[in-house]
Design a protein around this ligand. Sequence first.
Ligand code: KIV
Length: 258
Amino acid sequence: MRTSLNALREMKGKTPISALTAYDATQAALLDGRVDMLLVGDSLSMVIQGNDSTLPVTLDEMVYHTRLVARGSRKSFLVADMPFLSYQPSVEDAVRGAGRLLKEGGAQMVKLEGGTPVAAQVRALAGFGIPVMGHLGLTPQHINALGGYGKQAKDELSADLLLKEAQVLADAGASMLLLENIPHDLAGRVSASLTIPTIGIGAGPRCDGQIQVFHDVFGLIPDFQPRHAVRYMEGGREIQEAAQRYAADVRGGKLFSP
Ligand code: KIV
């Protein structure tokens, strides 16, 4: 049985929620039950598909990867990202897209980026029983407007705006809020001002939980480490070395099937 939204809600202020991204059944099985929450992030556009932003991944592809992660896991709470342009155009698009991620993908919650411009979508989804996680701060789907992946809401004016947008999302019915790459103090203020759990990445220790990208945590891309990433192993280097040993064994005639 998967962790429920209620169980995660109850962790606020008591136990930090642990979350990682996952994109396929093998990754999901490795993480299942070891972290509270799995996110099928649209970061898969970059780390799985090799694109240079999160914009190209489609709703069909997100549904497919969500289904893989759902198949490989049965304990951790499962969230799926709504990709760029699957919810922005209209409330109807948002409901149909989110519905597919739950119905065909097996997600328990969807995540979408932005505040007031998507508040109507959040309200409609929540009203139809589709739990929503908001996403503020560095919102990678806005990369062309932001111009880079740096820290957001650094001055007082934009910090105040972010606090207001967080409340707008909570009032619209969001059940959780992801805060990406904002000053730690601001993330602490947002977390204290809301009754819903906040999940941070590059947002400091005062969020109600933390999330990281699979490839960053396990060091799968040896020469790339975002500033907010925390690396727990050098998985990429280990795979490269193992591949070299394997190739050497094959060449040396040491490896053959029984
Ligand atoms: O798509 C993603 O991986 C994200 C991260 C912020 C966790 O949204």
